[in-house]
Design a protein around this ligand. Sequence first.
Ligand SMILES: [Zn+2]
Ligand SMILES: [Zn+2]
Length: 426
Amino acid sequence: MKIIIHRGTHQIGGCVTEYEYDGWHLFVDYGEELPGGLKKGDLQVEGLTYGDISKSALLITHYHGDHIGNITKLPKELPIYMGELGRKIQMIMSDHLKKVRPEHKEMLERLEHIHTFKEREEFPFGPFLIKSVPVDHSAFDACAFRIEAGGVSIYHTGDFRLHGFKRKNFLNTLQQNVGDVDYVVCEATNISRPNATSKSEPELQRDFIKLFKENKGCVVYLSSTNIDRLFSLYKAAQNAGRRFCVDEYQKKIMDAVVESDSMWTHSPLYQYGKDELKPLMYHKFDKDRFFILDSFIDALDTYGYVLIARSSDRFDDLLGKIRGEKVKVLSMWNGYVKEGSDAYNENLAKSLDEDFDYMHTSGHIDMADLCFFFRLLHPKGIIPIHTENPEAFAKEFSDEWPIIVLNDGDSISLTSSSKAERSINH
Ligand SMILES: [Zn+2]
Ligand SMILES: [Zn+2]
């Protein structure tokens, strides 16, 4: 089997990986590059974006824009495979965004016609046998793939971590469904961010419970598709006896998870309590406002509240109507509000107070957990992607495993023999 990393050997966003065997091409992810850094622009790949695609297919690991964002640019005939629930969540997101970002209208149309799979489902494509492996990540229904062809097995990690709520289930699934593999194509986002995972998701939840108990009014700025965090805060608010406020869009995403038959949703974390969660409704005639009754504002006064907010006129208007002190919390990567950062979001920075609290933990695995993870899979070689510094990654792990550092566009042949035959063609 041959692997080509078309993009992502030395950058985090927009990874595109190709597995080739016997004239068949299996690609993984086709997303957008992240803001900042050197951009390669639209990536043209034979057998994916042009040329003969009759023996090609694309797998999507999860709905983050750097993995799925560019699929609308691909030929309509190209078969695309994605997890069933992940597709549903992306459709809710695209439906919500389509008025302000027209590319989401195209995304919706494209998603109507893709193939879906369930967690742990095994399916063939040409000579490839593919198994979807559900992982723990800040996108719900994110998956890794075990890919096998010509006697070679690869584990393509996608984005993942071991410090979320799903750690135990993920490790069980890994042992039962993956076992040893020949090679791991591994995300290495946090190699240069040693402090990104200083807390686990359950530890962060405990901090939130404490904050909600001590403060009557809390406003948390959070990505609406960071569903584990959303449910974690919902449970934390219930624990602290506060009202939990989400808008129609966020509630729709939560409903999609609660109503799904995903293996994860057996956990009480993803179930509503006995009180019905009523979302904030949009005003019929004024798009910049919520439809709010005085009794609702009074109830927030009485019981205290946790409001899941986004930077928008609608939320700013609501915050102006709620009385009393408010603690504002940023619960997503703080690069969005660092002036001078490539990803700086001026509106978000404006919505936050000067002295907001920062309560977040990464959606990506740290190096200590990665070491533990590799020992479970016993690979003969590891190829880092989704990283700005594969050389540092090689330094970290090369004592124990052969690390294969590639450049974008290199192709490498892998065999299952104990001494991997490596021929890199630049
Ligand atoms: Zn991701
Ligand atoms: Zn990513």
